[in-house]
Design a protein around this ligand. Structure first.
Ligand code: ISL
Length: 582
């Protein structure tokens, strides 16, 4: 191996904060920036290197801040710009970087651009969004009854695209008698990147934030920003939503992102992580590869789809540990020589990882630690979603009335209306899948509202705060929290964890996930062996012949283990071992 191609964002562990649910400082029941400041020492103690802050910009809150009405202002419920600056400084003083969410596929309908755009067909910002005339229903297969239009308007939308939140991606606006595009909620109109002055405005906004001292961006649904010429109907019946075969990784996306990179990011030491709905390895390389658009890394979602049927997110099938291994290995191998992976099993849009991939009933602690071992020893940058380090679990939702998430509410309604979901399975699916599982308040202690707020929390606190909370976890040396610290320390001590090659062993094993990480430099060869038992039963481990008998000790494990060699052994339920190979 030649020189290591180092970057701070490859070596970092990123901690994701969903500000609404992290810590409330003023008793209004909603988390805020001064609340996060109270907890920066907590983050420093855990040892993370970077914080990704979900949107804190001015917003009417239709999609909890992903609907931005002013990119350069802080939402008043979260605090002021001075509070934000104090947070940035508090993090930087502790050596923790800060990346911000960049939401530029769409804005809120309350953004000044859209307010102007919808006022007249010749308004200054009309072309910042997608406006089209409707079609004559006779010329299409669409049913006018499926769309909301005023009496007397007998039209269907310009195409058959659907919104990710259920229902059509177009809304008729009677002020100008045209339809506008929104791939998410109707109050989140899509920006039209074909308009050069829009791109310029967005680039200036990004520069403004970089000038304010941030260390990079997490780019929301960034591979949706280019829509194809003529906005054609979707053609792929298996697409995640109707039309996604047309607008995912659209024709000009690489041109736009290269322009963004050259114009805003080149020469800065900032990181970017692009959230990419649908992606192949080859396509990923066009974003993050050697000849790509200069993005640091991607969030991909193949592993988040394993427990869905072809019907998409609002369906469920059992998936196996082996499928998870195969899918993540596909990405490990696919981006081995160029590009870089992000490592995550949950975030603010997904259920809690220990509830989804672990055994929360019998082996919560062990399985949470095993999942952590995986995420911190694969090749890529690990992301910790707030509360994951405590092994926080899904919430026992009992009725749809408890759900706040617009995505859940709208999709469930659409699925029920189309007859795809009946009343009896709807709550099982919601409990399993809803994004609100991730959004219940962070559990700081076992007091009322888990120490999150003195007021009424905007989302209910999980009753298991009695035994799952940060205070207890920090007091218990055997906790999941302390285990995360150990893994984070290991990453900073050993280059092999960051830069080593991933080599999957025992590929066909159903429940064992076994791999080596090896780093060869001019003067040394460093090698780790990771063995994970993805099962609530004991499993026999027969090491591959070339490793059997090799001198080794166990660096990190979720059970008491002392060995001096790699030998055949029986692994306990959810046992995880990281061997140091001598
Ligand atoms: O939640 C989902 C699946 O995990 C998706 O439908 C999700 O909306 C999609 O992954 C895009 O997510 C991002 O953009 C959305 C916002 O609601 C999400 O919170 C954000 O992460 C629109 O801005």
């Amino acid at each position: 191996m030649t020189d290591i191609d180092r970057a701070w964002w490859k070596e970092a562990v990123v901690y994701q904060i969903y500000p609404r649910s992290f810590k409330d400082s003023d008793g209004d029941g909603m988390g805020d920036i001064p609340g996060i400041i109270e907890k920066v020492d907590y983050l420093a103690d855990l040892g993370v290197d970077c914080v990704w802050l979900n949107p804190v910009y001015e917003s009417p809150g239709v999609d909890n801040g992903y609907d931005i009405s002013d990119y350069r202002a802080i939402m008043h419920e979260f605090g002021t710009m001075a509070d934000w600056e104090a947070l940035r400084d508090a993090l930087h003083e502790r050596g923790i970087r800060l990346i911000m969410d960049l939401v530029v596929n769409h804005t809120s309908d309350e953004h000044a651009w859209f307010v102007d755009a919808r006022s007249a067909t010749d308004s200054e910002h009309r072309d910042y969004y997608w406006w089209r005339e409707g079609r004559d229903p006779e010329q299409t297969t669409l049913d006018p009854d499926d769309y909301d239009t005023p009496i007397g308007v007998d039209e269907v939308p310009p195409n058959d695209w659907e919104s990710f939140f259920g229902g059509p991606a177009w809304t008729y606006d009677d002020r100008t008698g045209e339809w506008y595009l929104h791939l998410f909620d109707e109050r989140m109109p899509d920006l039209n990147w074909e308009t050069p002055s829009l791109r310029e405005d967005l680039f200036e906004m990004m520069e403004w934030w970089l000038d304010h001292g941030i260390d990079g961006f997490r780019m929301d649904v960034i591979n949706l920003i280019s829509k194809p010429e003529g906005l054609p109907d979707g053609e792929d019946p298996t697409a995640i939503v109707n039309g996604s075969d047309k607008f995912v990784n659209g024709p000009r996306v690489h041109e736009y992102l290269s322009e963004l990179h050259d114009r805003v990011l080149a020469g800065t030491d900032s990181m970017t992580v692009g959230e990419m709905a649908e992606l192949s390895i080859d396509e990923a390389k066009r974003y993050v590869g050697d000849d790509g658009d200069g993005m640091s890394m991607v969030f991909t979602f193949d592993h988040m789809r394993l427990d869905m049927t072809d019907a998409g997110r609002w369906s469920h099938r059992e998936s196996s540990p082996r499928e998870l291994k195969e899918t993540m290995t596909h990405w490990q191998e696919g981006l081995a020589d160029e590009g870089w992976n992000s490592l995550f099993l949950n975030n603010h849009d997904e259920p809690r990882q220990v509830s989804r991939f672990g055994d929360v009933e019998q082996y919560r602690r062990e399985s949470a630690k095993l999942l952590a071992t995986l995420l911190h020893t694969l090749r890529g940058t690990p992301y910790i979603y707030q509360g994951e380090e405590l092994g926080m679990t899904n919430y026992p939702f009992e009725s749809l009335d408890e759900i706040r998430d617009v995505d859940t509410i709208k999709n469930v309604r659409a699925a029920q209306e189309s007859g795809r979901l009946d009343e009896s399975d709807v709550m099982d699916l919601v409990r399993y899948r809803t994004r609100d599982n991730a959004r219940t308040p962070m559990q700081w202690n076992d007091a009322e509202h888990a120490g999150f707020t003195d007021g009424n929390p905007w989302m209910p606190v999980n009753p298991n705060k009695e035994n799952i909370n940060a205070e207890d976890a920090r007091d218990d040396p055997n906790s999941i929290w302390h285990y995360y610290r150990e893994l984070i320390d290991l990453r900073s001590e050993r280059d092999v964890v960051v830069y080593g090659d991933y080599d999957l062993r025992l590929r066909d094993h159903e429940s064992l996930w076994v791999y080596t990480r090896t780093l060869e430099t001019d003067d040394e060869r460093d090698s780790l062996l990771v063995v994970l038992n993805f099962a609530s039963d004991e499993t026999a481990f027969d090491p591959p012949a070339d490793l059997a008998g090799r001198d080794a000790d166990v660096l990190v494990s979720n059970y008491d283990t002392a060995v001096d060699a790699v030998e055949a052994d029986t692994l306990r339920p959810w046992e995880a071992r990281v061997y140091d190979l001598h």
